[in-house]
Design a protein around this ligand. Structure first.
Ligand code: NAD
Ligand code: MG
Length: 396
């Protein structure tokens, strides 16, 4: 069957997810073209991507980077239009020329363009979990009212998507029990400190924290995996994506990272999605759904893997996981406040300004200091996000 060409915008194309997305696109020139690429800085890498994929537009963080990029692209004889700033990100995410948007900016900076893509009715490939954590009801409402399609890229949520009946995804008002869904089993590798002596956690270095045993990822999400705040953010993400309450989302530690998550049904069946830990699998799945395309990832060799193990998470070792459940329970802007405090704490840790153990303490203090407010519009979300950042900074 002849495919209609899909034009894709990649928000955050120089990041770990952005690069994996371009790898999948390059394998299918008959199906996909790049409409726009965006990056905050790393201009040379973005320029090399532009040479290879020839987008119509490239967006960078500021005027200086734009000038630099413009110069390289003209030297290469490229016609790619260069823009900069937050408004340009929203413009390429919602442009009529683009069909599909990979939302792969890290952190709160991705919220406005992700929401713009959802409001414009695009196929939104969501990697930027922080956007959904901050504004769950707003983003889900935007998707429902514009007729956009939201596809999870996070490996766990993509796995859950694959283990849930297709009819469930088509409904706006979803009730898990109507489909026999008992609970979601969200797997977690446990990160680099799963078995480290708990008394030494206050002394771990940045290099140790970002050395994830199974996944190669950006620095922020790598630290989130070490604290397990990443899993906490994913519990909230699962709640919004699949309409399942916190009480029916269970985290299971699975150090091999082969089972990417599971769905448990009332008849005793548990469906799982397995694969190598390589983000090109969920990216290819989400891009081609409901079809399947090659992603460059080899299938797993179960005999070689030999053992799959599971254990319960230790909330004393990983207090961030509990904080996320608390935020989801509190509702309103509590998840946005928690996310903002986490972003500030992780950056302070990466900069060597605070120790590893201070990350969870700082988030807890900010959450205790700021009451949850309503999430009615994007402006109020950003207001509460900024307030939480200010309070977090005042505690450092
Ligand atoms: P990364 O740090 O490797 O890349 C981030 C990208 O965002 C870069 O292109 C960067 O230029 C851009 N960016 C950063 N700050 C920006 C700003 N203020 N404005 C505009 N652009 C900005 O991160 P990553 O690992 O690719 O993760 C991206 C998102 O995907 C995160 O939300 C992460 O939680 C999520 N995610 C990542 C993985 C993974 O395997 N890496 C898996 C699941 C989910
Ligand atoms: Mg994940």
């Amino acid at each position: 069957m002849q495919q209609k060409m899909q034009y894709i915008t990649i928000l955050g194309s120089t990041g770990s997810i952005g690069v994996s997305t371009l790898d999948v696109i390059a394998r299918h020139p008959d199906r996909y073209r790049v409409y726009a690429l965006t990056a905050q800085n790393r201009v040379e890498e973005l320029a090399a991507q532009c040479v290879q994929f020839q987008p119509s537009i490239a967006v960078v963080g500021n005027a200086e980077s734009a000038q630099k990029l413009q110069l390289i692209l003209r030297q290469q004889g490229l016609k790619t239009q260069v823009e900069h700033g937050a408004a340009a990100l929203c413009a390429v995410a919602s442009a009529a020329e683009c069909d599909c948007v990979m939302a792969a900016i890290v952190g709160a900076a991705g919220l406005a363009p992700t929401l713009a893509a959802a409001r414009a009715g695009k196929k939104v490939l969501l990697a930027n979990k922080e956007a959904l954590v901050m504004s769950g009801p707003l983003l889900m409402d935007a998707v429902a009212s514009s007729g956009a399609t939201l596809m999870p890229i996070d490996s766990e949520h993509n796995a859950i998507f694959q283990c849930i009946p297709a009819a469930y995804h088509d409904q706006h008002q979803r009730t898990p029990s109507q489909h026999g869904i008992e609970k979601i089993l969200l797997t977690a590798s446990g990160g680099p400190f799963l078995h480290r002596d708990i008394n030494t956690l206050d002394k771990v270095t940045c290099a140790e924290a970002i050395a994830h045993p199974k996944w190669v990822m950006g620095r922020k999400i790598s630290v989130d995996s070490a604290t397990m705040m990443n899993k906490g953010l994913e519990v909230i993400e699962a709640h919004w994506l699949f309409g399942v309450p916190a009480s029916q989302i269970e985290v299971v530690i699975h150090p091999q990272s082969v089972v990417h998550s599971m769905v448990s049904y009332v008849d005793g069946s548990v469906l799982a999605q397995l694969g190598n830990p390589d983000m090109r699998t969920p990216i290819a799945h989400a891009m081609a759904y409901p079809e399947r395309i090659a992603s460059g990832v080899a299938s797993i060799d179960l005999v070689k893997i030999a053992q799959l193990t599971f254990e319960a998470p230790d909330l004393v070792r990983f207090p961030c996981l509990k904080l996320a459940y608390d935020a989801l329970q509190a509702g309103g802007s509590a998840p946005a406040i928690m996310n903002a405090a986490n972003e500030i704490a992780v950056q302070a840790f990466l900069d060597g300004r605070i120790g590893f153990r201070v990350i969870d303490q700082l988030i807890a203090r900010v959450m205790a200091a700021l009451p949850s407010g309503p999430v009615t519009d994007i402006e109020s979300v950003f207001e509460q996000d900024q307030r939480a950042r200010d309070v977090a900074n005042s505690f450092i």
